[in-house]
Structure formats: C-alpha cells, structure tokens
Design a binder for this molecule. Sequence first.
Ligand SMILES: [Zn+2]
Length: 309
Amino acid sequence: MLDLVIRNGRIADGSGNPWFFGSVGIKDGMIVEVGRVEGESRETIDAGRNIVSPGFIDGHSHSDLLVLNNPKMDMKLQQGVTTEVVGNCGLAPAPFVPHYGSLLKEYIQPVIGGTEWEWTWNSVEDYIGKLDKAGISENVSTYVAHGALRIAAMGFSGRSADKLELMAMKEMLEEGMKAGAIGLSIGLLYSPGRYASKEELAELCQVLPKYNGILSTHIRGEGNNLIPSIKEVIWIAEKAGVPLQVSHLKAAGRRNWGKVLEAMELLEEASARGMDVTCDVYPYDAGSTSLTTLLHGVWRGESRPVLKG
Ligand SMILES: [Zn+2]
C-alpha cells in the first residue's frame, strides 16, 4: 500500500530526459515508483497532465530577510522552487555588529530590503539558527557574505584590511562555515567589497577548503572591465584552491556585447586546468542594481572618484 500516488502527470525527472506521461508513487516520504504505478494508495492526486518534477533550486536569490518574515514563501513555491540560496553578491544581514549596524542596513537595503523588520541576530551562526526555527516552507542555504564580514570588521574603511581585521574576518567566516554556510560570496562592484584586493580575498578564502566551501562572485565589473574582472576571480579561486561560481555572467553596455564569449573561454580554460568553475545567467535580458554603485567617489567621501558605466 502506497501513501500517495500522483497520476496523470507529465514527468520531467530532472535527469535531462524528455518528459513522459506517468505516475509517481510515494511511501514513507520516499519516491518508490515512477512511470507505471499499480496497486493501491491511501491518497491519489490527479496532476491533470501538468508537469511533475523535482523541486527547482533557485541558486541565486536575495531573500535573506524575506524568508524570515514570510516563511510560507508562496511566491517561490508557486514557481516550483523548493530550495533557494541566499547570501549572494557579498550582501547579507549577518554578521550584524550593533556598532556598525546602521552601515550594514544601508549597505544591503537596495538589494535585500527588509531593514524595517526587527533584526534579532548577531553572528552568521545566529542567523542560520533563526532560519532553522522560522518554519520556512522551502530549504534555504546561505553563503557568508564578504561585504557583511568587512563591515563587521572595519566598517566602510576604503583601504586594505590590516592583519587583525583580516584575522577577524577569517574567524567570522569560519564560524559561519561551521554553522552550515556553503561558502563565501563576494560583491566587488559594491563598497565596501570593492576595497578588497585579490590578495586579501585569496587569504580569506583559505578558510574554505576545510569545509568544502565554494567562492561565489559578483565580479568587479560586468561591462568595460568584464575580462580583467573574470581573470581576477579565477586567480583568487585558483590561488585558494576552491570551486568558483561566477554569478549572473553578462557583458553590460552595447560596446561590450559579445565579450561573454571571451569570458566563457577563460572559464573553460580554467576548467581544463582542473578548476571547478561554473557560472549562471539571468533568464531574462535585463539587470538591476543599486544607484550607489554609480556614485563611488562621492558616496561616503571616498578619496578617488571613479565613475564606471
Ligand atoms: Zn550580484
């Protein structure tokens, strides 16, 4: 006797096979039959020829605060998403150090939002604990975000980290990895992430291999500087010996159209050298980010004005 049979579905099994009509039989929470399912079942769902597939993984989201404040996450479930990954692009609400709390909120507000909600955590471990207890309907995993680490260690200081600051960032990263984070995300388009040199980032990444952590990157420039920016993150990941994920790969600006092919070649070369390299793209031909990325140099009194298109 099965617990549940989903009948009359177009089954896309996630292996890359074409879909086929069939049924899925479930017992004790496990899929035990796929295709032609005979026998009785306690419950039957007629899929009405809709797609029946494994849940989708949203590998790049900024729902860090939304999942805590709308744990039902119905807008994602309705799209078939059952797992999402937060903490991307160097942006996350933890670690939250009260002394720099308003800076962190200002930093993440344009992308993550939710700063009007109550923040009841400090460390990344603490934040992950809140996720565990929130009764979220999806699975959620998170990166430790470099921008948040840097703010916790040194505010918005527009310079390289000194030894103590770097040590503090490494400790906070390690604590987050121990608590279950899947890696480090960096956002080199954004202040204060952009103040970090590739050497500083490679040093920070030394924490990751012990925990099988990966490096996820919003690279320094996705327009005129696309190619040097791709080379930079390949260098960091190779130096630290960690898998590399390039987020939302694109060549922004008409004069850069086509550079994605060159970027892909660099990633393929790295892969041929034995690196574990992947990238993702938006499923649409538009992007968005905060206006402050255009205001480096005038925002927060940075010393060298830079205006990038
Ligand atoms: Zn990003």
